[in-house]
Design a protein around this ligand. Sequence first.
Ligand SMILES: Nc1nc2c(ncn2[C@@H]2O[C@H](COP(=O)(O)OP(=O)(O)OP(=O)(O)O)[C@@H](O)[C@H]2O)c(=O)[nH]1
Ligand SMILES: [Mg+2]
Length: 196
Amino acid sequence: MSTINFSAHEINFKIVYYGPGMSGKTTNLKKIYENIPQESKGEMVSLATEDERTLFFDFLPLDLGEVNGFKTRFHLYTVPGQVFYNSSRKLILRGVDGVIFVGDSAPNRLRANAESLRNLRENLNEYNLDLDDLPFVVQINKRDLPDALPLDMIKQVLDPTGKIPFIGAVAAKNEGVLEPLREVSRLVLEKLAQTA
Ligand SMILES: Nc1nc2c(ncn2[C@@H]2O[C@H](COP(=O)(O)OP(=O)(O)OP(=O)(O)O)[C@@H](O)[C@H]2O)c(=O)[nH]1
Ligand SMILES: [Mg+2]
């Protein structure tokens, strides 16, 4: 749920990167942090284990321009993908405005992708939110793997309706990182314009 701060002329949005463990959610935030000009970004906060797995979340605030004289501030969060951190994932989804699902191209992660997507729907339902009503984009990461599954095949499994935007990526090389963020923020602003 976006929040509007009238005195500061600011609208805040919350974007959550969701997906199975090790799919590259934190890598997305790191690449965005590295490539966004200093004046548009705040500090990136990462709460991680010693081996760099996300323990609670990563957080990165971005200013992405103005709408009707209001600064638009996007708060990017990642969830921890490991199955046993579900209560953290649920908490991080509170008040979400848009979701980027980061899937993995590896054949042995196809099932984990599908399970994580189901888990996302379930957790949103606990907040009476329906994924089909939210700005939502899927990024299929690790397209550089030699045995990467065809994008169309992953899409068929994750989105049989074919309605969701799918973007291939190699987040580690900063390819396909900005596109999903741009698309989801466009959808978020479009939704705001419809409800205003
Ligand atoms: N081959 C390949 N590896 C990648 C790519 N993007 C990220 N990785 C690697 O995948 C591993 C996991 O990346 P993270 O960004 O930590 O994954 P995560 O989704 O945040 O993982 P959790 O926090 O445990 O849920 C790291 O070793 C990354 O370097 C990519 O495009 N291609
Ligand atoms: Mg992570």
